[in-house]
Design a protein around this ligand. Structure first.
Ligand code: OAD
Ligand code: ZN
Length: 244
């Protein structure tokens, strides 16, 4: 088949979306890049300057909670002044038009909620939520910086960010919601993710096997480029608004 132009790719996807009753979208750090949030594996990837393996693990938190909190306070400080971008807002519009729309994200920045999406499945948690290591209570708190070694107001135990760390399980209920969306989706868009971290990485193929038309939107090639039904290369903040 001759290579499709970008305009042709966009119009094929628009047509698919226009008739779809059920759509799933999976987002990664790339969708927030145009908001100014550093991605994980790019040139200025967060994890290259700060070794995630040292900081985003339950072991690190057990050993030096102050250091891990310093890292998360810093990330919260970086995020605080930033805002969702046109890519996020295009997904809000899309949700209004599609009867069954599920936005699955690996991002912890909370931008999909801030932008206004309703049905958001946060696979890796949310940096603006705190979880008690004692009683498990989860609260939302946007204070930056948080008090040194923040404590639970109910039981006094140490609070941690409500995010998934390396070596931790994803919440089974949340994972279930994601897989259910994949099962019913006629169209799936995989946006701004390098496709390396499981289980999110294989969700596009999962949907494709179950009959979905799967489209990747990414600035660069990924392991799935050429495997999905369409591959639209470009910035999500510029590409997603074209779908409306
Ligand atoms: P990565 O940093 O691995 O990948 C970001 C992807 O976004 C890359 O494929 C870029 O090409 C693409 N990208 C960058 N700017 C873009 C733009 N403006 N428009 C479209 N695409 C763009 O981030 P993730 O794939 O999200 O997990 O990383 C997955 C997980 O790895 C994260 O959730 C995090 C990390 O370890 C946990 O913390 C548990
Ligand atoms: Zn508690």
């Amino acid at each position: 088949m001759a290579e499709l132009t970008r305009d042709e790719q966009i119009s094929i996807l628009k047509e698919k979306l226009a008739s779809a009753k059920s759509v799933a979208v999976l987002t990664g750090a790339g969708i927030s890049a145009e908001s100014g949030v550093p991605t994980f594996r790019g040139k200025d990837g967060l994890w290259k300057q700060y070794r995630a393996t040292d900081l985003a693990t339950p072991e690190a938190f057990a050993q030096d909670p102050r250091l891990v909190w310093e890292f998360y306070n810093w990330r919260r400080e970086v995020l605080k002044p930033l805002k969702p971008n046109p890519g996020h807002f295009a997904l809000v519009e899309l949700e209004k038009r599609i009867p069954r729309f599920t936005l699955i994200t690996q991002n912890i920045d909370g931008f999909h909620h801030t932008a206004g999406n309703q049905n958001v499945v946060e696979l890796h948690g949310n940096i603006w939520r705190l979880r008690c290591t004692g009683c498990g209570t989860v609260t939302e708190d946007r204070t930056v910086p948080l008090p040194d070694l923040p404590a639970c107001s109910k039981c006094g135990a140490l609070l941690r960010p409500d995010v998934v760390w390396f070596g931790e399980m994803l919440d089974p209920t949340i994972l279930e919601a994601a897989y259910e969306a994949l099962q019913f989706s006629q169209v799936m868009m995989v946006v701004g993710t390098s496709g390396i971290v499981q289980p999110a990485a294989s969700m596009g193929m999962n949907a494709k096997r179950q009959g979905a038309f799967v489209v990747e939107i990414n600035l660069e090639a990924t392991p799935y480029t050429g495997v999905y039904d369409l591959n639209i290369q470009g910035k999500s903040g510029e590409t997603l608004p074209l779908l409306l």
